[in-house]
Design a protein around this ligand. Structure first.
Ligand SMILES: [Zn+2]
Length: 260
């Protein structure tokens, strides 16, 4: 169950967001019940009375329902009313920019095929691999570059998978498109995917005139808070799928510099 801190002051509704993906959908993973049990157990040991409060001051943990980040609750970013409105505005802006390419197929310069979709509240980029179709979270879209550029991150919980299996699949015969996948992929696309290899699939999309755009795909480091920082431009420490030397970028920014 998700939880939010609601401050019942007239104008202040605080929102706690995941430091990695800015989602406010997260849940507490540490149990208060266990702390009570721990406290009771301590009461039965000699001098336990003096330390029975310890379980209650251990930091609580949370799990993000979007990117899967598991951290201490104190890492959650606390947005005030103005900041949360700003964040919502940035999400809205991204959604408006992506609206024209929603449900469209795009390709990169290496003829990899991707479908831009919206599902479960997120814009996703589905990449067609040889034996699977893998979702990525779209965090930015630059319409003014040539080719246009979609920024993605690969941290996404299994709930967003469109197939029954996770990425590294050896044999396509073990893969099935799940119920979520069926809502965002057309029957003919699914049938074609299972009947040919990945190059033939890309060719077929071209023949069917299904490919709308040539794009660059930029993979951003998962630790970068893209949406919030979007106004200042995207980091150049990211990697392109099309880049030969995919270096693992590391972001030096710390989460807690957000409020500085
Ligand atoms: Zn997250």
């Amino acid at each position: 169950m998700g939880y939010r801190t609601k401050n019942l002051g007239v104008w202040s509704v605080n929102m706690k967001i995941c430091p990695q993906c800015t989602s406010d959908s997260h849940e507490r993973t540490s149990s208060t019940g266990l702390r009570v049990v721990g406290c009771i157990v301590l009461l039965f040991i000699p001098y336990g009375f003096f330390i029975c409060w310890v379980p209650f001051v251990l930091p609580h943990k949370f799990l993000c329902n979007v990117c899967g980040y598991h951290g201490k609750e104190e890492e959650l970013l606390n947005l005030d009313w103005r900041e949360s409105e700003e964040l919502k505005g940035q999400h809205r802006e991204l959604h408006e920019k992506l609206q024209p390419v929603k449900d469209m197929w795009v390709q990169d310069t290496k003829q990899n095929s991707y479908k831009v979709i919206h599902g479960k509240g997120q814009y996703l980029l589905l990449k067609v691999l040889e034996n699977n179709i893998v979702p990525y979270r779209i965090v930015g879209y630059d319409k003014d570059t040539d080719p246009k550029r979609i920024m993605i991150k690969d941290n996404l919980v299994e709930n967003f998978n469109v197939t029954s299996s996770i990425s590294k699949i050896i044999d396509k015969s073990n893969v099935q498109v799940n119920d979520f996948g069926k809502t965002i992929l057309l029957d003919e696309e699914v049938t074609k995917f299972f009947s040919c290899n990945v190059e033939e699939f890309s060719q077929w999309l071209n023949e069917q005139a299904k490919v709308a755009l040539l794009i660059d795909i930029e993979v951003l480091p998962n630790t970068e808070r893209t949406i919030i920082e979007g106004k200042n431009g995207y980091s150049n420490k990211s990697t392109l799928f099309t880049n030969e030397n995919e270096e693992e970028a590391s972001d030096s920014k710390k989460y807690n510099d957000f409020h500085v």
